[in-house]
Design a protein around this ligand. Structure first.
Ligand code: ZN
Length: 264
């Protein structure tokens, strides 16, 4: 049985893999408005592609499994535009916790959340923390753009706009590379009123501004510089970084566990 997909195994096979110390990856995404020109499944298309490619590559080196994508996220800040399916933050946290608890019940001790939507990020980190506090398990969590920041910088991903931004040049390029047929190119604009997005408060301060968490008009920057070739370059950089990150996380958990066992 060679599959790296959790859901292609039987319960006995999964029980065996849990006992062998396999690391399980849960990929998180969203179904939410992405401006007038991108499909609402944008974050999920990217999240599914990145998680599948990276886990498949990492599986050649470390024991690892990928769970089914969680394609609805915490997107309440996008609901005003329509086209958005969202869990509230408290429901999302409970849902993630329940998935983590399920994996713990299955016997898995190494759990990773790999994220592809900004609104999920703080809740994901909190849940990863809570699981490791409550159970004798190792958890890790990160968003793909944080993992690949350096590599994306090296391929000049910011040449098209904010990285990742929201439905701007970066995400438009990536969707052109993944599903060109889903991009409404006739609705792509060359100008965008770039209001200070999110906030520019004192360092370390979160400032929430009503209706200003999505970028002006529901997207962060004009997507007119987007091309399929750029998107392919960005995806290659992301896949490379996330694969290396997964192997690194596994090695950290494995050597951490071995040194704890030694100390007992
Ligand atoms: Zn997005």
């Amino acid at each position: 049985m060679k599959s790296f997909l959790f859901h292609e195994h039987t319960r006995e096979q999964l029980n065996q893999k849990a006992a062998e110390g396999y690391m399980v990856v849960v990929a998180l995404a969203a179904t939410e408005q992405h401006g007038p020109h991108l499909p609402v499944y944008t974050d999920s298309l990217i999240g599914q592609f990145v998680a599948t490619e990276a886990v498949e590559q990492a599986a050649k080196t470390v024991p690892i499994l990928l769970c089914p994508l969680i394609s609805i996220g915490c997107s309440d800040h996008h609901k005003q535009f329509g086209g958005t399916l969202s869990f509230s933050s408290s429901t999302y946290m409970q849902m993630l916790r329940d998935i983590g608890e399920s994996l713990v019940s299955c016997g898995f001790r190494r759990i990773v959340f790999l994220n592809g939507h900004g609104g999920n990020e703080p809740i994901m980190h909190q849940t990863a923390n809570d699981l490791a506090v409550k159970h004798p398990v190792w958890t890790a969590s990160a968003s793909y753009w944080s993992i690949s920041r350096e590599q994306l910088h090296r391929v000049n991903a910011d040449e098209v706009g904010m990285v990742p931004g929201h439905a701007g040049g970066f995400e438009t390029s990536v969707i052109m590379a993944l599903r060109e047929d889903l991009v409404a190119t006739d609705l792509i604009v060359a100008e965008h009123s770039e209001r200070a997005w999110i906030n520019s408060g004192p360092p370390g301060t979160f400032i929430g501004r009503h209706l200003e968490l999505t970028g002006s008009g529901g997207y962060t920057d004009a997507p007119h510089m987007a091309t399929k070739e750029r998107g392919e370059r960005y995806l290659e950089a992301i896949n490379h970084s996330v694969t290396a990150w997964l192997i690194n996380v596994y090695d950290s958990m494995d050597s951490g566990e071995r040194s704890m066992n030694r100390d007992k």
